[in-house]
Design a protein around this ligand. Structure first.
Ligand SMILES: *[C@@H]1O[C@H](CO)[C@@H](O)[C@H](O)[C@H]1NC(C)=O
Ligand SMILES: *[C@@H]1O[C@H](CO)[C@@H](O)[C@H](O)[C@H]1NC(C)=O
Ligand SMILES: *[C@@H]1O[C@H](CO)[C@@H](O)[C@H](O)[C@H]1NC(C)=O
Ligand SMILES: *[C@@H]1O[C@H](CO)[C@@H](O)[C@H](O)[C@H]1NC(C)=O
Length: 486
């Protein structure tokens, strides 16, 4: 099949996907040539940066509705002309976008460059960056059809349409299909594994917003603490506490490199209240670290806890003044009303495992939007529910990585490792990572699947070498979090 005939097939009549319960409204297809894009580090979460020049692909958009629901959803697919590798890679969304936003397009472009056919869906939200424009039909009345599309339904549709479009264009279905997503895209990946276990052979679910029904409230928690105690510590007090944590715990993995590998071990060794009274430099003034600053720092690390110290959620949002009791009751109501629609906390992945699926999660340990503790908790729950969890699901905690991207730990080999796991049975026992340290030198180390941690072998002699690191077992720490003093 020459490139000419492939390009000739890039017309709407080539494509006629059938989706049970849906009706195709229109198909657009046009050849894109001379496509160029620089994809920065991290934008693809688990795959490397790319410089794309003069690429060619067939751009297909299928617009469909679920008759009776009044919805209209777009699934956009990019089909490489010159270098298709026989595979499909679907890209997830972010925030309140189901897909078709900047990072989805970086994913599509990178996948296309690497030879994958790729897809993204807008879930019927038409690229809205937040929920304001669609969540309510009228004040007080949730648009349930749209919420359901966003939460789960559009994801399976996207898989069906993506596979169909590939088959129509190349004359055969993809040999393997993958999902790559982070944050909302990570939640979507878990939803697919839980509810549509045969949709994809391999799934990356990064920094997943697992407890979405409660996700609204987490970043409000430190503020809630401040309001409750009616004290607002200086930002430099909090910065000083963070710096102290890093210096106290940095060396625990065998190397002082500005990266805290084992956050659990660290919080056991580090009590922010010990710093109360310490003088810190705040630029044009000096202040003493207050008890309030210690409380707020602890609250930010730990997420929302109930008065008995149980973890409730690991979320993010902003609210006006409410009391502690009102906050807890809001969490409860939110979970009851929306949990079954949008949460992805079901640990029963046995069908996904049985279907031969492989799942990789990662979560930055300095993620300040979705706390990594939630992903750890979910992973532990799956391992209790399904035997031999490591046979199909591995979770990488990533020291130094912020929310999905940014920081010295971007797991840029993970997608390729997922593919090797699915296709060749080579499970990722560690993942290499490379970054510039504070002196500007290239540093190589490894990321480890939970609960193992990276450890530097000091007699190996060169911290910049990946082979001087190994993943070592750690006692699993399922410690109860203390309730902050209110
Ligand atoms: C478009 O791509 C073709 C084929 O790669 C190339 O020959 C041509 O110079 C490009 N045109 C522009 C305007 O970049
Ligand atoms: C692909 O097609 C969609 C729908 O027609 C369009 O909105 C989008 O701009 C196209 N993308 C490119 C890169 O041409
Ligand atoms: C100290 O610096 C901050 C920020 O640079 C400024 O807002 C503040 O007014 C300064 N305070 C004094 C006392 O100069
Ligand atoms: C540490 O490195 C030394 C020197 O390369 C090697 O002999 C030793 O076996 C390594 N120890 C571990 C635990 O890997």
């Amino acid at each position: 099949m020459g490139s000419t005939s492939l390009a000739d097939g890039c017309v709407p009549t080539t494509f006629s996907p059938t989706i049970f319960g849906a009706e195709v409204l229109s198909v657009s297809a046009s050849l894109v040539t001379n496509y160029s894009l620089d994809i920065p580090d991290g934008f693809r979460f688990t795959a490397p940066a790319r410089k794309i020049r003069d690429a060619q692909f067939c751009n297909v958009t299928v617009t469909y509705t679920h008759p009776g629901y009044g919805d209209k959803i777009n699934v956009e697919s990019w089909l490489p002309i010159d270098n298709w590798n026989g595979r499909l890679q679907a890209e997830g969304g972010g925030g309140w976008a189901a897909g078709r936003f900047e990072l989805s397009y970086a994913g599509l472009a990178g996948a296309m460059f690497d030879g994958y056919a790729s897809t993204t869906t807008d879930g019927g939200l038409w690229g809205s960056p937040d929920a304001d424009s669609w969540a309510l039909k009228s004040p007080g009345n949730v648009d349930w059809y749209t919420l359901e599309n966003f939460a789960s339904r559009c994801l399976n549709d996207q898989a069906i349409i993506g596979k169909s479009v590939v088959e129509s264009f190349y004359g055969r279905p993809p040999s393997y299909s993958y999902w790559n997503g982070c944050s909302q895209g990570g939640r979507q990946g878990l939803m697919l594994a839980q509810r549509f276990p045969k949709a994809y052979d391999g799934i990356v679910a990064g920094a997943p917003a697992i407890y979405w029904s409660n996700n609204m409230l987490n970043s409000y928690w430190p503020e809630h603490i401040m309001r409750t105690i009616n004290e607002y510590p200086n930002v430099c007090e909090l910065d000083a506490i963070t710096a102290a944590v890093i210096s106290k715990c940095d060396g625990l993995d065998g190397l002082t490199d500005g990266i805290v590998e084992n956050v659990d071990e660290c919080t056991k060794k580090f009590n922010p209240y010990d710093l109360v009274g310490t003088t810190v430099d705040c630029g044009n003034t000096t202040v003493k670290i207050t008890k309030a600053a210690a409380q707020v720092a602890k609250a930010a690390w730990e997420g929302i806890v109930s008065p008995t110290g149980e973890h409730l959620v690991y979320p993010n949002f902003n609210l006006a003044d409410i009391t502690h009791e009102e906050l807890l009751s809001l969490l409860h109501a939110s979970k009851q009303e929306y949990g079954s629609i949008i949460d992805t906390a079901d640990p029963d992945l046995s069908e996904f495992k049985k279907a031969g699926g492989k799942l990789l999660s990662f979560h930055g340990l300095t993620d300040n939007i979705i706390p990594p503790k939630g992903t750890e908790q979910y992973y532990r729950e799956v391992s209790k529910k399904v035997d031999n969890v490591e046979d199909f699901y591995r979770y990488f905690e990533i020291p130094g990585l912020a929310h999905c991207l940014g920081g010295p730990g971007q797991p840029e080999s993970l997608f390729a490792q997922l593919q090797a796991w699915v296709e060749d049975g080579v499970a990722p026992d560690s993942s290499p990572v490379s970054f510039s340290n504070s002196k500007g030198e290239t540093q190589n180390r490894i990321l480890c699947p939970y609960p193992r941690k990276a450890k530097y072998n000091s007699s190996c002699g060169n911290a910049a070498k990946e082979e001087c690191w190994s993943c070592v077992a750690q006692k699993s720490t399922e410690s109860k979090i203390q309730h902050p003093e209110l």
